[in-house]
Design a binder for this molecule. Sequence first.
Ligand code: UDP
Length: 245
Amino acid sequence: MSESGVSPVYKRVLLKLSGNSFCRAGESGITMAEVSSVSSQIKRIHDSGVQLAIVCGGGNILRGRDFAAVSASIKAPTAHYMGMLATVINGLALQDALENAGVPTRLQTAIRMEGVAEPFIRRRCVRHLEKGRVVILAAGTGGPFVTTDTAAALRAREIEADVVLKATRVDGVYSDDPEKNPHAERYATISFQDVLRHDLKVMDAQAIHHCMEQNIPIVVFNYQKPGNLERVITGEPIGTRVGGA
Ligand code: UDP
């Protein structure tokens, strides 16, 4: 048992925080109250001794595909680069919120911007984790046409994370949209193959493939329920666990 009273079952965790965890439901932009609330949950699991890397999304500011679709003069790759830069804006907000909560951090970006953050260097990232720093990973993969889900799975493979935690506003993965179909059922566990076969919206297919190839489980859970992040890292069976059986 750690000082925080939380006993993690994982040594190294990759947490994927979508852009929508940086703002209020239905809104866009950044609301620091939301970022601070996530940060205080992150502090509790950091205090448990778990090594934590966080991949930030950017959808609260801009998603490349959506922006290109409504902007005739913008080329798709440009829109995707804008989306990657959006994740850096979120990363900076998260870094200050975490440090304000007393959590040591490093921000690393997949697109070099020396004045703002370190470049992502795998071995340096792992060293920070070993020293107890939370590493925030921004700018996705550094390349267009993919999402930060793919970046999360890729980085999880690279840093040899034990699990990918996908923080969402729903309780897990359902057989259908639970808001539209009252009979939709939540899966407690599901295989990677079934996620792909049924095209379930867990993470995009490239992300699933990365995790499947390395057998890194993905836990999809509702981060907005107080204590859920701690429950997940102590191995409580909440949300949906994909693969890793
Ligand atoms: N993006 C990209 N390459 C990457 C990761 C992200 O081009 O490796 C762009 C993409 O346009 C994406 C945007 O950055 O829409 C923001 O990321 P994402 O949509 O994954 O954010 P989230 O949905 O998690 O908030």
